[in-house]
Write a protein that binds this ligand. Sequence first.
Ligand code: GLU
Length: 304
Amino acid sequence: MNFEEIIKEVYEKKKLISDEGQLADYIPELKLVDPDKFGVYISTLHYGHFGIGDCYDRFSAQSIAKVFSLTLAYSILDSKTWERVGVEPSGTSFNSLIQLELEHGIPRNPFINAGAIVICDILLSHLDNPKEDFLAFVRSLSGHGEINYSDKIASSEKKAGYRNVALCNLIKAFGNIENDPVDVLDFYFDLCSLEMNCEELSKIFLFLANDGFTLHDQRQILTRSQTKRINALMQTCGFYDESGEFAFKVGLPGKSGVGGGIVAIHPKQYAIAVWGPRLNAKGNSYKGMRFLEEFTTRSEQSIF
Ligand code: GLU
């Protein structure tokens, strides 16, 4: 399988398209990112690694980090996780409040903001030093210790994250948040501020393509069954109300973030990370979506 050649060709082609997306502007610090950055990195189980473009520049992981928090919470609570958060696509935007009121504070899934906030609450209740322990967990997945939170991004979002404050308080009112909402939100904003590059992201996500085992130290992070379930959730809920479209056009489980990153995995094959900061109307990377669509078409590597 010659991934390198296909990636090079598709990258050069997509680099030239007119990018119709917009930078996320509701987090002021994200508006300062160079909108034309574009990078891709693939880590495979059998055919090596390859990166192109701005794949070594770190950017704001944002909602991609929700996969790591869910993984850690799931490894602690196992199926009890699903008593606090559902496993259904929401069909609404990532920061919507509407369903929460109707469904009594149980978020539809762990990848919409409401669900990720509940997962943060679970971690706060189970970790001695949530911020430090979570960072250590992410670093252990990546195999090196340089990954960090961004104070600038976190404080920018803390100042402007009114919808998340509303979500957390509404869930608390329904009794589905155990800790002080101030502490839960503080942890949530820090988690979203994690900075990583495409190489790091694709290497970290490889355990989801490898039955729950890290590649660098063969450590089991999740059971095989838990791994399949995280992948099922990424497939059905990883792109908010564009999850159907991503399955339709790309055909891989994946997760996006408003920093412009997308990571997708092919079970038993690879993890691929793409970064293009301009977002489409649904909050997903415009170029990233276009790149992955053509990549899976050309490589004939969708899971379907
Ligand atoms: N920190 C962002 C927020 O809460 C994450 C959203 C995303 O990446 O989709 O709104």
